[in-house]
Design a protein around this ligand. Structure first.
Ligand code: F6R
Length: 259
């Protein structure tokens, strides 16, 4: 796992976006795995800037998102489909037909999840998977106690995630946050060829510590990334604050990025 410690989230977002921009320039048919939440917003802005100013094109890119709340229609303002349309897809030249978000209204959620896995496989797998991390160490909606080999399925949010997401996206109203979601599994995520995880702010410091320097455990599902051969963690100083080897990671990653 390569940990890139930046002074600010702006700097980290630019660096992470440059990995995606470079990949799309090199291979216009890149397959992306995308995340929602507050964390990737600046990175998505930077990707959109590269489309406007550097002529990068997403016309042939295909994407699969990590997760979606059960019970929310794609038009619901808190749905992850709506989030993606507003925060990225409308700002780049991607064909909406090439973008995939799990259907939170699927009558048969298990069939929806199985079909999603098959779509990703048929596309040749995810080239670059974007991730955020929950304050409890989750990736996608794989909460503590989820098997590290889990596949896309219906999952149950912990009270702490409901609280975090209410604060950020539901005007603080916990009662409005769905408690179930459809989510890619940890096993599904770990099959991506490259992983780019972003973590910002002091409330992510414990989760980052667990992910990078804790043991591999289903109680911090992000720790599964320790087994991945090409996982990059971009964080700001606050999120990296509890890492014992913070300075070493910063030096090592700066050296590798300069190559
Ligand atoms: C979002 C997702 C979640 C978030 C995580 C952090 O698609 O899968 O794992 O990445 O909950 O959320 P923020 O970025 O809002 O702190």
């Amino acid at each position: 796992m390569e940990v890139v410690v930046c002074k600010t989230k702006e700097e980290a977002s630019k660096l992470a976006a440059s990995i995606i921009t470079k990949a799309v320039k090199a291979n216009p048919k890149t397959v992306l795995g995308l995340a929602t939440g507050s964390t990737p917003v600046l990175m998505y802005d930077e990707m959109a800037r590269a489309v406007r100013e550097e002529g990068v094109s997403y016309r042939e890119v295909r994407s699969w998102n990590l997760d979606e709340y059960v019970g929310l229609a794609p038009t619901h303002e808190q749905s992850y489909r709506y989030f993606m349309n507003e925060n990225l897809f409308k700002k780049i030249d991607i064909d909406l037909a090439n973008t995939h978000v799990l259907n939170g209204l699927a009558e048969d959620p298990a069939a929806e999840c199985a079909a999603y896995e098959k779509q990703i496989k048929d596309a040749g797998g995810i080239d670059i998977q974007v991730l955020g991390i929950g304050s409890d160490g989750h990736i996608a909606f794989n909460e503590p106690g989820t098997s590290l080999s889990s596949r896309t399925s219906v999952v149950y949010l912990t009270p702490s995630t409901v609280k975090d997401n209410a604060r950020l996206f539901f005007g603080g109203n916990e009662a409005e946050v769905p408690t179930r979601a459809l989510s890619m599994g940890v096993g599904t995520i770990c099959e991506a060829k490259k992983i780019v995880l972003l973590a910002f702010g002091a409330n992510k410091a414990d989760a980052v510590k667990g992910m990078v320097e804790g043991g591999i455990s289903q109680f911090c599902t992000a720790s599964a990334l320790q087994m991945h051969g090409d996982a990059w963690v971009f964080c700001d100083e606050a999120a990296a604050a509890k890492l014992a080897l913070k300075d070493y990671y910063a030096w090592r990653s700066a050296t590798k990025l300069a190559l």
